[in-house]
Design a protein around this ligand. Structure first.
Ligand SMILES: [Zn+2]
Length: 231
């Protein structure tokens, strides 16, 4: 019991609830003009990033970029659909223009095409791009890309054990009663993956989820039994 409690306090990652999508409704409130502007800006950033930072990578235009008004992470790389999704309302980074932030987010996500997660391979790619930014006289962008790498260097590499503990914690405390499908959607997004990629990488999710539920039931049953004894 103590072990489980301890784990919980270590994991205070925000649980994205698929039912309450942040930014939902923002699209409705944006005028056609505003939507068009955002779309054009993305296309402009996409063309620039492809040409300057990933030359030759998307020659056949198989990959596309889209804005999503209801995206929880700031970006997502969907390899199955060959889509890079970028959140519409960026929190904004100090000293960066919106266009520049879009450029930075696109670079971050395109680096995921060749590298799952934010581990060494992805970090190496990002550093490579930061050197290109230096050469292009974009010091703020270079700095931002390096800052992102630093940020992920500090967080421990994601292990399967971490993922399974997270599932247990959700079932036991953070999201009691959550359906398996919703939980997968939520956790996969936390780690910037699609559900399909996530399940392929972490194969024991369903078993862990079922076992956690079983544990919960058993705990309830034992509690009732104890209470019965007291009477
Ligand atoms: Zn990422």
């Amino acid at each position: 019991m103590a072990g489980r409690k301890e784990r919980r306090s270590r994991w205070k990652i925000f649980l994205f609830n698929p039912k309450i999508e942040p930014m939902a409704g923002a699209e409705a409130s944006a005028t056609k003009e505003e939507q068009k502007k955002v779309k054009n800006e993305l296309q402009e950033a996409w063309d620039y990033v492809s040409k300057t930072y990933f030359p030759g990578w998307n020659r056949r235009d198989k990959w596309k970029a889209r804005r999503r008004w209801n995206l929880a992470p700031s970006g997502l790389c969907d390899r199955r659909k060959k889509l890079i999704l970028i959140q519409s309302l960026n929190p904004g980074a100090p000293g960066m223009h919106e266009f520049n932030l879009t450029v930075a987010l696109l670079i971050h996500e395109i680096c995921h095409v060749g590298a799952f997660g934010h581990e060494r391979k992805w970090q190496r790619l990002m550093m490579e791009k930061s050197r290109i930014a230096d050469k292009n006289k974009e010091p703020k962008l270079a700095q931002y890309l390096r800052w992102e790498v630093e940020k992920y260097k500090e967080t421990p590499a994601v292990t399967a054990q971490m993922i399974y503990s997270r599932i247990e914690d959700c079932v036991n405390y953070d999201a009691v009663g959550i359906k398996f499908g919703d939980l997968m959607k939520s956790i996969a997004r936390e780690y910037g993956m699609t559900v399909k990629e996530f399940r392929k990488r972490y194969k024991k999710c369903l078993a862990v989820y079922r076992k956690a539920i079983e544990w919960n039931r058993e705990e309830e049953r034992l509690k009732k039994e104890f209470m019965g004894v007291r009477r």
